[in-house]
Design a protein around this ligand. Structure first.
Ligand SMILES: [Fe+2]
Length: 156
């Protein structure tokens, strides 16, 4: 198969969409943590950044999907936008579940140039690829196999 061909695009998008799994973060088997582990979790200084990054990804990817004309790409990108929103919901569920204190978060403001922001956002987050992945690997390993597929190809 030729990389970048119509067939490749179809296979990529269909594989992503067909492997998507529904789950609700609240329904995951969140483990009880002992006090040492809980204190260690609460002391990690990136929860606000992780939450904001996923919130921004959800809003931005969803906005970008609205601009895409190709119906298969549009559907796949829109699904990824919803998935990014679910990542934010997952992190917020973790924050609430374990009583992690975060400050009130600001509203997500999008750039006027959605396409450029979409590209730049992906590039920026390549530098911290393990941050959201590490968060998601903890409770979602069995529940969400789709994100690993797309995350292997995108920095989100
Ligand atoms: Fe994400």
């Amino acid at each position: 198969m030729k990389i970048g061909s119509e067939a490749h695009k179809e296979l990529f998008c269909r594989s992503f969409m067909e492997s998507y799994q529904e789950y609700e973060p609240e329904q995951l088997p969140w483990p009880q943590l002992d006090s040492v582990t809980l204190d260690r979790l609460k002391a990690i200084p990136f929860w606000e950044k992780a939450f904001d990054t996923e919130r921004e990804a959800g809003v931005l990817v969803s906005a970008y999907a609205e601009m895409v004309d190709d119906p298969v790409l549009k559907e796949a990108i829109a699904l990824q936008g919803r998935e990014e929103g679910r990542h934010a919901h997952l992190i917020k569920t973790l924050i609430d579940r374990y009583g992690i204190e975060i400050r009130e978060r600001p509203r997500i403001e999008l750039s006027d140039n959605i396409e450029e922001a979409f590209i730049d956002f992906g590039l920026q987050n390549v530098s911290i690829p393990s941050l959201p992945s590490a968060c998601l690997e903890l409770p979602v390993k069995q529940a969400s196999s789709q994100s690993s597929f797309l995350q292997s190809l995108t920095p989100f």
